[in-house]
Design a protein around this ligand. Sequence first.
Ligand SMILES: Nc1ncnc2c1ncn2[C@@H]1O[C@H](COP(=O)(O)OP(=O)(O)OP(=O)(O)O)[C@@H](O)[C@H]1O
Ligand SMILES: [Mg+2]
Length: 255
Amino acid sequence: MVSDNIETYAIDIQGLVTGFGSKLIHDHLDLQVEKGEILGIVGGSGSGKSVLLRTIIGLQPPYAGEIKILGQPINDLLKRDGKRPWGVMFQNGALFSSLSLLENVETPLLEYSRLPASKIKEIARLKLMMVGLHEDDLQKLPSQISGGMRKRTSLARALALDPPILFLDEPTSGLDPISANLFDQLIVSLQKSLSLTVFMITHDLDSLKTVCDRIGVLVDKKIRVGILKELLQDSHPWIRQYFHGDRARMLHQEQ
Ligand SMILES: Nc1ncnc2c1ncn2[C@@H]1O[C@H](COP(=O)(O)OP(=O)(O)OP(=O)(O)O)[C@@H](O)[C@H]1O
Ligand SMILES: [Mg+2]
């Protein structure tokens, strides 16, 4: 539950303003993400979900506002060398096409750890096993495996350095419903076993219902956060439309 102690937040955003030129994308947005929760992020196309993610991890400087990760200002974290306390699966997160799956997962370890090559190979192998890939697949190129397996490889790469926070930008988009569901289950089981905090942008209504502890909706350049039950009662027109449209009927059924 929300605590008074700011240090306990995995992500703490106060008064965030972002934009491109004179066009504002976020305008005094506040968001607190608890350690160990899975927060789903929804919002219309172009509402600023990916920009929010990129801003939180320091890839895009904000116009104003304060961002802390595990109590540390993002700018302090970026100034330091070494590994960051997060892993990311970007929207359409491309793997290196000329590298094998194993080499893809080795990349962050080669960059940020000082471990010997044999150890790096072993860790990368274990991460790929952890997300459900098989020994026979490790030397394959991304073009030689299915979309679902590519997503799993991206996830293994995001988790290579054992980060406490995981950012996912539409991780199940492009997957068939069965593969998407398996991927969701993988996220939940990894969250539990690794005590991850997960910030997950998604349009997948199934994921929102079954995976996310809370949901944040980007509307009017700000974010409204609540549990599904609360958002189902929100009277904002976009939120009503999203959570009460035909597609969303399953959200209203009891588990
Ligand atoms: N590098 C950029 N330069 C200029 N405008 C940008 C840039 N990146 C994003 N934008 C604009 O910022 C707004 C928010 O983009 P963002 O990618 O965050 O949307 P989104 O909510 O992730 O949408 P989608 O669901 O389609 O992925 C959009 O209007 C987009 O055109
Ligand atoms: Mg996006």
